[in-house]
Ligand binder design. Structure first.
Ligand code: AMP
Length: 215
C-alpha cells in the first residue's frame, strides 16, 4: 500500500504505520525518526535540523525534500510505503506530487487521523521514546509504560522524554500543525485522495484503512 498518514502530533500516525507494515511489508517512512537519527549521529543534516526540532518548528522544506527524494527511490519502497509525518506543508505536498509523477508512483490514499485535542495533549505530555535512534520505540507513562521504569523493553536503552515534548514545545508544535499542516486536508480532498478517520484506538483506524483498501 502507498499511503500518506496525516494528523496532528500525537494522533497515532507512527503506531498505525507500524501496524500496517505488518500487513504487506510496506515500509514506514517517518521523517521525524530520520531527523532524530541524524541529530544523534551528528551528521550535517542533524546539525542543521536540531535547533528547529528543539523549538518545535518545522525543518526547511528543501532539507526534507532532499531526504525524501532519496528515500522513496530505495528498493524497499517498491512493496509500498506509509508516509508518517510527511508531507507537512503545502510546498512539500506539491513537491511530493511532482516527485511521485516523475517516478510513476500512484498513491492509494491520504488518511487523516482525527483525534480530539484533549486526547492529543494528554498523549504528548505522557509519551516517552526510546533514546536509541535505531529503535525509537514509543511508550506512555500512563497507558503503556516499559516493564522496567526508564528502560526500553525492546533494546534496553534509556527511555526518555523528547526535547520537543516539553509543554512549551508541544504547544508550539500544535500551533505549527494548525497553521502549516492542517491545510493539507483540503489539498488531498481536492486531489480526491482524502479519507478522514476519527478514532483514538489504532486498531479502529487500521481496520478502517483496511476496509477502504479492500484488504
Ligand atoms: P515528528 O516525530 O513527526 O513529530 O517530527 C519531529 C520534528 O521533526 C518536527 O517537530 C519537525 O521539527 C521535524 N519534522 C519531521 N517531519 C518534518 C517534515 N515533513 N517537515 C518539516 N519538519 C519535519
Amino acid at each position: 500500500m502507498k499511503l500518506i498518514l496525516l494528523g496532528a502530533p500525537g494522533a497515532g500516525k507512527g503506531t498505525v504505520a507500524k501496524q500496517l507494515t505488518a500487513i504487506d511489508g510496506s515500509v514506514q517512512i517517518s521523517t521525524g525518526d530520520i531527523l532524530r537519527g541524524a541529530v544523534q549521529a551528528g551528521t550535517d543534516l542533524g546539525k542543521e535540523a536540531e535547533a528547529y526540532m528543539k523549538r518545535g518548528d518545522l525543518v526547511p522544506d528543501s532539507l526534507i525534500m532532499g531526504i525524501m527524494e532519496k528515500r522513496l527511490q530505495e528498493p524497499d519502497c517498491q512493496k509500498g510505503f506509509l508516509l508518517d509525518g510527511f508531507p507537512r506543508t503545502i510546498p512539500q505536498a506539491e513537491a511530493l506530487r511532482d516527485l511521485l509523477g516523475k517516478l510513476s508512483i500512484k498513491l492509494d490514499l491520504a488518511v487523516n487521523i482525527d483525534v480530539p485535542k484533549d486526547v492529543i495533549l494528554d498523549r504528548l505530555c505522557t509519551r516517552r521514546t526510546c533514546s536509541n535512534s535505531a529503535c525509537q520505540a514509543i511508550y506512555n507513562v500512563k497507558s503503556n509504560p516499559p516493564t522496567q521504569e526508564g528502560i526500553c523493553d525492546k533494546c534496553g536503552s534509556p527511555v526518555i522524554q523528547r526535547d520537543d515534548e516539553t509543554e512549551e514545545a508541544i504547544s508550539h508544535r500544535l500551533a505549527t500543525y494548525n497553521e502549516k499542516t492542517a491545510p493539507l486536508v483540503g489539498f488531498y480532498e481536492k486531489e480526491g485522495l482524502l479519507r478522514t478517520i476519527t478514532g483514538t484506538s489504532s486498531d479502529i483506524v487500521v481496520n478502517a484503512i483496511k476496509d477502504e483498501l479492500g484488504i
